[in-house]
Design a binder for this molecule. Structure first.
Ligand SMILES: [Mg+2]
Length: 238
């Protein structure tokens, strides 16, 4: 059974901190909830866009039922708004070290997909602006679940639908840059390769006990070797 690799986007494939991503979220919140919000004090790393919207609106005392009823529309407007703000701009210069080389080596050898907190419209626009959308025909996005670990099942369902093959959680490796990616893997039964190209150092990430942690993805052969080792390791052991 081929390994399924689920890549996070921000801090893993592309540099984190895209200012128009945050702007698109705040613009969508203003449109749907008429709240002039700020993201101050909201933890962003590894969070789903839907969680960020919920936490932001709670700060402004918007009732939970109102938050819930507007969430789908907010995610959709956010994706469109991101595309407008990007305005044909590029994200190739935001690609992190080794990413393109690694993806080109893995392509056709493994099943590649994204598992990201980004709303789907934002994710697709970002991957396309970075020139790597070709590698990721499908994905699990921040508007498809309430918690990151739930996206693993969403991703497996989509991969199964596309390939016609059946996968278990243990066939899956999450590749991400935050403790929340590691937790999502543990809670779902997937394996996890952590990479310190986001806001967390190797030591920070190692504390959360990933299967392996890298400074970045530039040592292609080492990364491939570790992925092979993970594919061979039996269920439940590391
Ligand atoms: Mg990330």
């Amino acid at each position: 059974m081929p390994q399924v690799l689920l890549f996070d986007i921000d801090g893993t494939l592309i540099k984190p901190g895209d200012p128009i991503h945050q702007q698109a979220l705040l613009d969508a919140v203003r449109t749907v909830y008429q709240v002039e919000a700020s993201l101050e004090g909201i933890p962003l790393g590894g969070m789903l866009d839907s969680q960020i919207v919920r936490l932001t609106l709670e700060k402004y005392d918007v009732p939970a039922s109102d938050i819930r009823s507007g969430l789908t529309e907010t995610m959709s407007i956010m994706g469109k708004r991101y595309g407008e703000l990007l305005d044909g701009g590029e994200r190739r210069s935001w690609l992190l070290p080794g990413v393109v080389e690694l993806l080109s080596r893995l392509n056709g050898e493994r099943v590649l997909s994204v598992l990201t907190g980004n709303a789907s419209g934002v994710a697709r626009a970002k991957l396309s602006a970075a020139g790597i959308d070709y590698y990721f025909p499908h994905g699990a996005y921040g508007d498809s679940a309430d918690h990151r670990y739930e996206l693993v099942a969403v991703a497996i369902e989509r991969v199964t639908h596309t390939t016609g093959e059946t996968f278990q959680e243990t066939d899956v490796v999450l590749i991400g840059d935050t403790p929340r990616d590691i937790e999502a893997a543990r809670e779902s039964g997937a394996k996890v390769l952590a990479v310190a190209t986001g806001r967390y150092s190797v030591d920070d990430l190692a504390e959360h006990d990933p299967d392996i942690v890298f400074e970045d993805l530039s040592e292609t052969e080492r990364v491939l070797h570790e992925l092979n080792a993970m594919a061979d390791s039996p269920r439940g052991t590391r």
